[in-house]
Structure formats: structure tokens, C-alpha cells
Design a protein around this ligand. Structure first.
Ligand code: UD1
Ligand code: UDP
Length: 385
């Protein structure tokens, strides 16, 4: 099949790195980068690190408001898709690049494949939730990562074209996380960042959600990070450039004990998660990775679309929102200071991740012979879906 895949942001490059080598064995891929993320530390560096192909088209559309950004992507994607005239357009996740790719394709009557279909936080104030809901409505192949995602789609009356495939990010984490097991990997990172990093003796944090860039929210999460930092447990905050700019605009200075560093590479991110005492994040990707790595994770949100990471006893992630008391309480139970070194050493020693097989399932499903049943029925009846 001739497939145009559309990426634009850091997590999409990471997901594409898991799928692309497998997809290209059976399909002809045209790789399009909208340029939504444009700093080397957010995008460019990941191509080399993850062995991604050079994009065939770079649209250079980053920054701006949601409508402006999505609109410019539509304007650029429409003629491109018309020219390439692929059999399908594949989009990942829930960003503005996802929405633009899905909408541009659907308007040209090109079938859409959505990786990470069916996720719902049930909070429509999140730009990502709108992008998910609309992209799913427009898709012919809905590649759901989890049973909950399949159930969400069913609840919305979407069952045709839905396939539970697993999580591409787990596939990639399984492929490279073994390289991070040895705590010695922390040494060059510590030197480069100018931070003391010993296993179990630091917390790793990331914050980038739109709702966490509001001045009041930033004041709350920086107070939370200050509260959990301790003299022998500093917080290493890998700061998204959008969050850094929002902090500067609001003139918020991060408290002592919180060390803000530039966004890190994928392997460094995994290494910092694996060997930390705990992770604090509002990132969907980091929430899942830390869960797979068995690291306690405090989610700086009040909802999640990755319900299985926070469900039930023994789950390593928990929603704390921006509540410092809740964060301290959860940290005391999940990563008590006295045990964090021991926990980190044990975690790294016993690490062994198995991939989900998502890439193979997606690639196999995207052949005309295995079109979802409703599409086949429609085709047989001469109906265009
Ligand atoms: C986007 C996604 C979010 C995803 C995140 C992954 C949307 C609506 N949001 O959020 O779902 O979790 O990517 O990281 O699509 N900026 C830079 N350099 C860059 C990229 C961004 O300085 O390389 C700054 C710009 O000021 C930009 C702001 O960050 O305006 C926000 O970037 P944007 O791509 O709009 O959204 P993210 O917050 O990155
Ligand atoms: N990540 C990274 N460097 C960092 C922070 C995160 O490589 O400094 C990785 C992280 O390991 C995960 C992905 O980026 O694989 C998550 O992306 P992000 O948090 O930007 O977006 P989200 O998953 O919330 O959509």
C-alpha cells in the first residue's frame, strides 16, 4: 500500500521510530513532518538518535494558536496529499498534526489510519481530547492501544475498523531499555547536565500540558516540585520549551532543589526515569514508560486517558493533580526516602521489557486484503465510505 504518514511532535517521532522499519517492509511510505516541533532538542535530534528516515516533506509549521497552526497544516497538506494520492494516510496520537492529517485526508476521501485510537480523558477542555474524538470519527482503521480504548470507541458506536494492537511506545522501550540498565549510564548524563545523579537519589519531572502553562497552575506545580525535593533528592525537570517560555512570561522562578534542564534525548529520558526515585509528569508517554519500567509515577493531572496505569492496587502511577500534600503522601508510600536507592537498584537489575507487537499488527492490517469488515461490505456494495 502507498501510505503517507504524518508526524510533527516529539512523541510522534518516537512512535514512528517503532513503526517505520516494520511498515516499510510491506508498504511504500511517504514521510511527512509538519514541523509542529522544530527545536533540535524536541525534534531534529530524534531523527538521528532513533534512526528515522529523513522526511520526504517538511512543512515547517510550528507555533501559533491552535486554529492558526491546524489551519496552516491543512493548507499545506491538502495539495501534498492530492499530488501523492496515497492509498491511506496514517496519523499518530492526539496532536494538532494528528487532526490536520486526518482532516486533510478525509476531505480528499483518502482512508485514514489512526494509531492510538479510542483514548479518552473525557475532558473536552484538553485540546488533545478534541483532536482524538475528531480523528477517530474520520478514521477507517482505528488502532487502539488498550482494551479500554476499544471500549471507549464501542461506547461511541464505533466498532468498524477497530483493532486492538498494543502500544508502539512499549515496542520501542522494549527495544532500547536494556541499554539503560547499568546505572553507569547516569555518569555522562550527570556530567553533561551538571547535576549529581545517583540511582534512587533524584526525581525526574516533565511538565508541558496546556493547562499546566497557566500562571496559577505553574505557581502550584513549582510549589509541588519544591515540596517533594529534599537535600539528598533533587528534582531534575526536563523542560519543554513552551513551558520554559510560559514560566518566563509569568516571571516564575523555579525554586531551589528543582534543576531545570533542556529537553533530553529518548535514551536519556528512559535512563532518568529508570534510575529515579520516582517520576512526576503530565506526559502521557512518560506516564506509560515509567509504569513499564516499574517506577513510581505521580501524574500532575486530574484525569488520564491511560486508565490502566492508575487502576487498582499495585499500579505504580497515581493522579495527584497539582496537590502538594497528595504528592508528598503518595511519594512517602510509593518511594519512601529510606528505600529509594534499594528500589532503584532492584528495578534496574530486574528490568526486562517485552514489546507489544503493535508495529507488526498495524502493518499487517494495512493491506487491502485485510480491510476492516465494514469497509469490505461497503466496497462490495459499491459504496464509498
Ligand atoms: C504538543 C501537543 C501535545 C503533546 C506535546 C508533546 C497539541 C495541541 N499539543 O503540545 O498533545 O503532548 O506536543 O510534547 O498538538 N515550542 C518551541 N519549540 C518547539 C516546539 C514548541 O519553542 O520545538 C513552543 C512554542 O512556543 C509553541 C509552544 O511551545 O507555541 C507549544 O507548542 P505546540 O506544538 O503548539 O504544543 P505542545 O505544547 O508542544
Ligand atoms: N521524552 C524525551 N525527552 C524529554 C522528555 C520526554 O525524549 O526530555 C520522551 C519520553 O521518554 C516519551 C516521550 O518523550 O517517550 C513523551 O513525549 P511528550 O511528553 O512530549 O508528549 P506526550 O506523551 O505527553 O504526548
Amino acid at each position: 500500500m502507498r501510505i503517507v504518514s504524518v508526524v510533527g511532535t516529539r512523541p510522534q517521532l518516537i512512535k514512528a521510530a517503532a513503526l517505520q522499519p516494520v511498515l516499510r517492509r510491506s508498504h511504500a511510505e511517504t514521510f511527512v513532518d509538519t514541523g509542529q516541533h522544530y527545536d533540535d532538542a524536541m525534534a531534529g535530534d530524534f531523527f538521528a538518535e532513533l534512526g528515522l528516515a529523513r522526511p520526504d516533506h517538511i512543512l515547517g509549521i510550528g507555533g501559533g494558536g491552535h486554529g492558526d497552526q491546524t489551519g496552516r497544516m491543512l493548507v499545506a497538506l491538502e495539495p501534498l496529499l492530492r499530488d501523492v494520492a496515497p492509498d491511506a494516510v496514517l496519523v499518530y496520537g492526539d496532536t494538532n498534526s494528528t487532526l490536520a492529517g486526518a482532516l486533510a485526508a478525509a476531505k480528499l476521501d483518502i482512508p485514514v489510519a489512526h494509531v492510538e485510537a479510542g483514548l479518552r480523558s473525557f475532558d473536552r477542555r484538553m485540546p488533545e481530547e478534541l483532536n482524538r474524538v475528531v480523528s477517530d470519527r474520520l478514521s477507517r482503521w482505528l488502532f487502539a492501544p488498550t482494551p479500554a480504548a476499544v471500549a471507549n470507541l464501542a461506547a461511541e458506536g464505533i466498532d468498524s475498523g477497530v483493532l486492538e494492537v498494543g502500544d508502539l511506545m512499549l515496542d520501542l522501550a522494549a527495544r532500547v531499555s536494556e541499554e539503560m540498565r547499568d546505572p553507569a549510564v547516569l555518569e555522562p548524563i550527570a556530567e553533561r547536565l551538571g547535576v549529581a545523579l545517583a540511582p534512587g537519589r533524584f526525581l525526574f519531572a516533565t511538565v508541558h500540558r496546556a493547562e499546566n502553562r497557566d500562571p496559577a497552575a505553574m505557581a502550584r506545580w513549582s510549589a509541588l516540585l519544591a515540596a517533594v525535593a529534599a537535600p539528598d533528592r533533587s528534582v531534575v525537570l526536563a523542560l519543554h520549551p513552551g513551558t520554559r517560555a510560559a514560566l518566563e512570561a509569568a516571571e516564575i522562578v523555579l525554586p531551589g532543589g528543582v534543576v531545570a534542564v533542556d529537553p533530553q534525548g529518548y535514551r536519556t529520558s528512559l535512563a532518568l526515569q529508570l534510575h529515579a526515585a520516582a517520576v512526576l509528569t503530565d506526559s502521557g508517554g512518560v506516564q506509560r514508560e515509567s509504569t513499564w519500567l516499574g517506577v513510581p509515577c505521580l501524574v500532575l493531572r486530574t484525569t488520564t486517558e491511560w486508565v490502566e496505569t492508575v487502576g487498582g492496587a499495585g499500579s505504580s502511577a497515581v493522579l495527584v493533580g497539582l496537590d502538594s500534600d497528595a504528592a508528598l503522601r503518595e511519594l512517602a508510600t510509593r518511594a519512601p526516602l529510606a528505600r529509594t536507592v534499594e528500589q532503584a537498584v532492584e528495578r534496574a537489575r530486574s528490568l526486562h521489557l517485552t514489546g507489544s507487537g503493535a508495529a507488526e499488527r498495524i502493518s499487517t492490517a494495512m493491506t487491502s486484503a485485510s480491510l476492516p469488515s465494514a469497509a469490505l461490505t461497503a466496497a462490495a456494495a459499491g459504496v464509498r465510505r
